[in-house]
Design a binder for this molecule. Structure first.
Ligand code: SF4
Length: 404
């Protein structure tokens, strides 16, 4: 088994963790719930990173760990070090835990923990969460596969981010009161976090920077884009160490096409607009909040984004495993010809989520799906964007590089 194949199996089957053997690997921080949603032990005693690293020659493959007590794979430690075992057999792929980011122990100047605001999904992508919760979910129209509220409740806390929450944003925008006071405080805290991360964890190495949040209702989508654009412009101005070519905005698709140019001009190099599902049937059933906007309109806007950001600079993500896989391959082709690079994360069943994999999904079909998807990206001259090391629950880079 190579590291790509092992990653596929861990994504589909999950992993058991030998917490006793790994006790000394625990992370110190206990605040970063967006980064450790699946990895706290049932007794809440030991913590391990959300990701594990599989070594493949000089490359590192990152896998988001989904703890499933029934999994046949066990993460443990033996005399030769950290390893994964299947029954009594040690799998011949080198395993490592990523180091806990140093910036997680820092606070902003007004005492907010940086780990509550910045996460490091994968190995080289800083994500600034302006708010964690989702307004579509609060209205009872959230995606059936995404349960941020349940995850937070597991930690005995609300979904609120110390920066903002979606209800506050919507009410301030509706009253025309968001700028400047709330913005100035948001920027000050965000800037403290970014400078801590740049100072402590990255040095000269390249990284990606994404501004992201939960969704707002569609009528507020333009505001979300405007807010992210302003934040990016200011953070770039205040932090010359940020790499301008690696700045991503991950947002609701705006209502006004002119918003793309505004976002681009303010400094975002990539635009990520996640559709999650392609078929109308699955969208209505699993993602009713997003399905309020017709698919054709979304497609039109995503293609418009590609005309502004450039081919390969717009990313549209799907959830692999919730609808027949062929449906999503249609999207790779339909959007790829306009320069939009599609991708997919293998579905992760969060606590509280009732839906499971689509009955048609098997290991072999997922494997084939990613191979076909990589082929379609090549056909349109695109590569899986953006960061190879942060696509921890996707196999697109592995398929693209022929590792699976
Ligand atoms: S719209 Fe996004 S944040 Fe909201 S429930 Fe769906 S996947 Fe989660």
């Amino acid at each position: 088994m190579n590291s790509g194949e092992l990653k596929l199996r861990l994504l589909l089957v999950g992993l058991r963790v030998d917490f006793d053997a790994l006790a000394r690997c625990s992370y110190k921080s206990d605040k970063h719930f967006h980064n450790d949603r699946h990895v706290v032990s049932p007794w809440n005693i030991n913590r391990i990173p959300q990701e594990i690293i599989l070594k493949c020659g000089r490359e590192s493959i990152c896998v988001s760990v989904l703890i499933r007590p029934q999994s046949r794979y066990l993460l443990t430690k033996d005399a030769d070090g950290l390893c994964i075992k299947e029954g009594a057999t040690r799998i011949d792929v080198a395993v490592a835990l990523p180091p806990e980011p140093l910036f997680w122990s820092e606070t902003t100047r007004d005492g907010i923990s940086v780990s509550d605001i910045l996460s490091l999904p994968g190995l080289n992508e800083l994500s600034l969460w302006t708010w964690h919760d989702c307004a579509l979910q609060r209205r009872g129209k959230g995606c059936a596969f995404c349960r941020t509220t349940h995850t937070a409740a597991r930690f005995g806390r609300l979904t609120g981010s110390p920066l903002l929450n979606s209800a506050l944003v919507e009410s301030l925008v509706a009253k025309g009161e968001f700028f400047p006071w709330h913005y100035d405080r948001l920027l000050a805290r965000a800037n403290d976090c970014i400078s801590a991360a740049l100072r402590l964890d990255f040095g000269d190495s390249p990284y990606w920077f994404t501004v992201i949040s939960g969704a707002l209702r569609h009528e507020f989508a333009d505001f979300q884009n405007e807010l992210f654009a302003r934040l990016i412009a200011d953070l770039l101005r205040l932090n010359p160490g940020l790499d301008r070519e690696r700045v991503v905005t991950n947002s609701m698709i705006p209502n006004s096409p002119a918003m793309f140019r505004y976002v681009r001009t303010n400094g975002a190099a990539y635009y990520a607009a996640n559709m999650e599902l392609w078929s109308d049937e699955a969208r209505r059933a699993m993602c009713p909040g997003k399905a309020e906007r017709e698919r054709d309109k979304i497609v039109e806007m995503v293609c418009e984004a590609a005309s502004v950001f450039g081919a390969g600079k717009v990313w549209c993500n799907f959830v692999c495993g919730l609808e027949p896989l062929n449906a999503q391959l249609e999207a790779y082709d339909a959007l790829g010809r306009y320069g939009v690079a599609c991708g997919a994360n293998v579905f992760h069943k969060d606590p509280g989520v009732e839906v499971d994999f689509h009955p048609s999904v098997t290991e072999e079909k997922v494997l084939n799906y990613y191979k076909q998807a990589a082929k379609l990206l090549r056909k349109h001259g695109l590569c899986p964007c953006y960061s190879q090391e942060s696509r921890r629950s996707s196999l697109l880079w592995e398929a693209y590089h022929g590792l699976i």
